[in-house]
Design a binder for this molecule. Structure first.
Ligand code: GDP
Ligand code: IMO
Ligand code: MG
Length: 455
């Protein structure tokens, strides 16, 4: 069978931890979209693994696959594999020959286009994700399979690189021969480096025909987990366009991004929900608490003293500060219209609600139950981001729950979760018409209350 793990909000809901939790029952863990824009955390014992490309099942020694829907930077992939091997893991990772390759010019163009876009910038991760998917759709991309055939690789580069040079110099006014990294727009330099990556992929027998590889495993009785990256509200089709990523994190992406048929991909679809919102990036956020300069829209966020205080509390308890920059992340109350939209788009068969421990100690926990849009009540997202920005959240309040020993709670089971937290969880489950499969009460594998294992 297959189980798909999907982020139901804005990314960073704790997908990696849930993949690790349920990964015990899987034989293969496959990523179906995105690239090294992801950062999935697995905390096991004293070890913390932050994975950007290697599927999270690697921590349990499961076979990992980067599906055809992914965009792969071979340099980051090999660095990550080498770093995990140094830490004593032995990841077995395969890469779809149909997956697209991120080249250095994609990263350069990602950065320059973000700075040109001003108000429309999404605050990307700068990994070249958007420009690589653009080339895929423009039928000028380079695929993993092309790295295995030097003649094809050279042909592709000779076609595309002059276009990128012209774009960089004539549209953006840069000098393609004076960039960091050097050689980002140089056919010969790119050819040599990417041919070498192709040789290493071949030597380590890493490339596969993803759909056939997975289907063979399923036929032989294996269980497959599909690991979504990012989240529904930053999906290119169903998210808050243009403040989105360039792929489909939603459950439909699990079929197109692997080559398994829709009826096979996603026997179970588990929506990962963070008990509040956090956002790295721009665009409206109706339930936002406080205001983060450069990301929150000018007139956005609740800037009252009490909202700022709650925002700081949630940030401190949840560690919602950028891992590299230390900058505060945007935070807000749970947004139910956003989650109802996610439940419909993805067809959740179950939910894992994380970070219940982070909200402990607050006197009152609020949720945006609905929106007021020009005097009308709305229970789900309007289709344009501009209209979303016009929505005011209509709140419901829940009594808060106390700080308790969460490891004890995880060991004892659901009945040990504080009563008010259970009321909150049951409200979410009722509204989304999906049962709670797991409740995250801390970052570790053992800090999860498991009600149901989808495998
Ligand atoms: P992902 O991108 O969805 O895999 O999520 P990230 O790993 O980027 O961010 C989630 C962060 O919260 C990580 O640091 C996790 O270790 C941590 N985390 C996950 N679940 C919980 C939880 O239930 N409680 C707390 N306190 N932290 C959690
Ligand atoms: P995981 O898998 C949170 C956001 C970026 C930006 C937008 C586009 O760890 O949940 P991109 O580089 O993809 O073109 O950036 O999407 N973003 C994420 N936010 N978690 C992620 O991944 C993200 N991946 C991209 O901040 O707003
Ligand atoms: Mg993350």
């Amino acid at each position: 069978m297959t189980v798909t793990i999907v982020g139901s909000q804005l990314g960073d809901e704790g997908k990696g931890g849930i993949v690790d939790l349920y990964g015990d029952g899987a034989d293969v863990v496959v990523r179906y979209q995105g690239g090294d824009n992801a950062g999935h955390t697995v905390v096991y014992g004293d070890e913390t693994y932050k994975l950007s490309l290697v599927p999270s099942g690697a921590v349990r020694g499961k076979v990992g696959v980067l599906g055809n829907g992914c965009v792969v930077n071979p340099g980051t992939l090999f660095d990550e594999l080498d770093a995990l091997r140094e830490r004593g893991l032995d990841p077995d990772v395969r890469v779809a020959e149909r997956a697209h390759v991120i080249l250095p010019y994609h990263r350069v163009l990602d950065g320059i286009e973000e700075s040109e876009k001003e108000d429309l910038a999404a605050g990307t991760t700068g990994r070249g994700i958007g420009p690589t998917y653009e080339d895929k759709a423009g039928r000028r991309g380079i695929r993993i399979g092309d790295l295995l055939d030097p003649d094809v690789l050279r042909d592709r580069l000779e076609y595309v690189v002059p276009q990128k040079r012209a774009l960089f110099s004539e549209v953006f006014g840069g000098d393609p021969d004076d960039v960091d990294p050097a050689g980002a727009f140089d056919v010969e330099a790119l050819f040599e480096r990417y041919r070498d990556y192709g040789e290493r992929l071949a030597e380590e027998e890493m490339t596969v025909d993803c759909g056939a590889f997975l289907a063979d495993h399923l036929d032989a009785g294996a269980d497959v987990m599909m690991e979504g990256a990012q989240g529904t509200s930053i999906d290119i089709d169903h998210g808050i366009y243009p403040y989105v990523t360039s792929s489909n994190p939603t459950a439909g992406g699990a079929a197109t991004g692997t080559g398994l048929a829709p009826a096979i991909a996603g026997d179970e679809v588990v929506g990962i929900v963070k008990a509040y919102l956090s956002r790295v990036g721009t665009g409206p956020l109706p339930t936002e608490l406080g205001h983060v300069g450069g990301q929150t829209p000018e007139d956005g966020g609740d800037t009252s003293a009490s909202a700022e205080e709650t925002a700081t509390y949630i940030r401190d308890e949840g560690g919602e500060y950028g891992t590299v920059t230390g900058r505060p992340r945007r935070v807000g109350w749970l947004d139910m219209p956003m989650l109802r939209h996610a439940a419909r788009v993805n067809g959740f068969t179950g939910l894992a609600v994380n970070h219940i421990d982070v909200l402990a100690g607050l006197e009152t926990v609020k949720v945006g139950h609905a929106y007021d849009l020009d005097g009308d009540e709305r229970l789900t997202l309007p289709p344009t981001t501009e209209r979303w920005g016009d929505c005011d959240a209509v709140y419901r309040e829940f009594d808060g729950w106390p700080e308790v020993d969460w490891s004890d709670v995880a060991a004892s089971g659901y009945d040990a979760v504080p009563e008010n937290a259970r009321t909150y969880l049951e409200y979410v489950s009722d509204q989304l018409d999906a049962p709670i499969y797991a409740v995250g009460v801390g970052p570790g594998r053992d800090e999860t209350v498991v009600l149901e294992d989808p495998f």
